[in-house]
Design a binder for this molecule. Structure first.
Ligand code: HDL
Ligand code: ZN
Length: 440
């Protein structure tokens, strides 16, 4: 045992401090570097209306989680969706601020997150005004601001989500050799349409010169592999990712052609290419998209999914590495047990509607009890750069409380625990499990 034995009464304080000091590799975000362009007015002057790098207070306050929440207060019968979408970002933010922060208590996780970010950026939420922080943001240089946010959040690497079937994203990679070069970021090749809607994906791929056919044949398989290989190399992608619906099954239901095509793509294109490059395949399962399309990005919800499909894939493809997170609370226990059966399965994060303190607590406690330290407790899923500040502050605090409880129980057996042990665990949770799984 290295180092002095800890005093159990001081555990919470020590664990909180150790976790806060451990830089995190944020393995799933929607944050972009400045060379993807930014639509936010700033000191550098270059504003790109379709830019992908979102940052600053108006983006924070108009996060799609908060749009969903404000529509519970001011319904579409009062403010028609189209009217909201026509408002400027500032007017949208003013509307959300008024109804969720001033006229109602900002108790939701997404509301509290905005206030945590403001506070850690040096602004006083008690002012109950966006004026001062807006002025400040307009003076910031995007790249310098990234450094500042990463320092406050203690994030050492931001891992992007790069949806290659999205024209805005793809064209930036093809037209600007700079986009993937910011050393603070890594790219992830996101391929949802290939598995969720192969016929549509095939049409797009043909437009791009990959002669895949609607009826998948050997030629189509080779062309689809060429497509993935070329994009893995162009992006220097560190893993491939997909979000899958609750209905996803493996093996697929032969009656469902789209699922059958998706299965062929998984078996004969995605997994062989991932194995060839030694890349994990990340499956994020349970997203039921656009249940309310008028809410745009805020219009998705979740469904209970089939963990058995994850088990079948891990068993059938032992040479592949699977990063998996599931969206339904009901799936978490079974997914934990699945991870006990397969070393090529790494479960990660409390995703999306699970990224709330009560559920992070419940899920992390269960994972520790079933898996010890062999899982990745969290990712931020941040869309707006500044969210890294609150998403990691809130998550570190909850994970810290759970860890301190577990350490206390451990020490009650007479086990001697040192600060060095806790520092090692913090490295394992916030960096090493991910790095080692990538390298495995
Ligand atoms: O598919 C995904 O990666 C999800 O995280 C969606 O982007 C979702 O809209 C989201 O932002 N979750 O936090
Ligand atoms: Zn995401």
């Amino acid at each position: 045992m290295t180092g002095a034995t800890l005093d159990a009464a001081k555990l919470n304080e020590i664990v909180t401090e150790v976790l806060a000091k451990q830089p995190v590799l944020d393995l799933h975000t929607h944050v972009y570097s400045p060379n993807f362009g930014t639509p936010v007015g700033n000191r550098s002057g270059k504003v790109d209306p379709k830019g992908l790098m979102l940052w600053g207070i108006d983006e924070l306050v108009t996060y799609h989680y908060l749009i969903a929440e404000v529509y519970r207060i001011v319904p579409a019968t009062v403010l028609p969706y189209e009217q909201f979408w026509k408002m400027s970002k500032t007017k949208q933010a003013d509307h959300i601020w008024k109804h969720l922060f001033i006229e109602n208590t900002p108790l939701s996780e997404a509301c509290r997150g905005v206030l945590t970010a403001m506070q850690k950026l040096g602004f006083d939420p008690a002012d109950r005004s966006l004026d001062q922080i807006r002025k400040h943001m307009a003076q910031q240089d995007p790249s310098a601001y990234i450094d500042r946010v990463m320092e406050i959040a203690n994030v050492s690497k931001i891992i992007m989500t790069n949806p290659v079937f999205d024209d805005n994203e793809r064209n930036r990679w093809l037209s600007d050799s700079d986009v993937g070069t910011d050393p603070r970021f890594n790219a992830v090749l996101r391929i949802d349409p290939l598995l969720r809607d192969y016929p549509a994906a095939a049409k797009q791929m043909n437009d791009w010169g990959y002669t895949v056919r609607q009826e998948i044949d050997e030629h189509s398989i080779q062309e689809a592999r060429r497509f993935l290989n070329e994009w893995i190399i162009r992006m220097k992608a560190i893993y491939l990712a997909v979000s899958l619906p609750p209905e996803f099954h493996y093996p697929a239901d032969p009656e469902l052609p789209v699922s059958r095509d998706g299965q062929t793509m998984i078996e004969q294109v995605v997994l062989p290419v991932c194995a060839e490059h030694g890349l994990p395949f990340a499956m994020m399962i349970g997203s039921r998209l656009q249940v309310n399309p008028a809410l745009h990005e805020a219009g998705d919800m979740l469904g209970v999914s089939d963990v058995g499909s994850v088990v079948n894939l891990c068993r059938r493809f032992p040479q592949n590495k699977f990063l998996v997170t599931m969206l339904a609370r009901e799936n978490q226990h079974e997914l934990c047990v699945a991870a006990r059966k397969f070393g090529n399965l790494m479960i990660f994060g409390c995703w999306w509607f699970l990224n709330n303190p009560s559920l992070i607590d419940e899920i992390t406690r269960m994972r520790l009890e079933l898996l010890g330290t062999s899982f990745i407790p969290q990712h931020s899923d941040a869309r707006i750069l500044d969210q890294l500040i609150y998403k990691w502050d809130h998550s570190r605090r909850v994970i810290g409380k759970v860890l301190a409880d577990m350490y206390r129980d451990l020490m009650a057996t007479g086990w001697k625990l040192s600060r060095a042990d806790i520092e090692r665990d913090a490295r394992v949770f916030l960096r090493d499990n991910f790095v080692e799984f990538l390298a495995r």
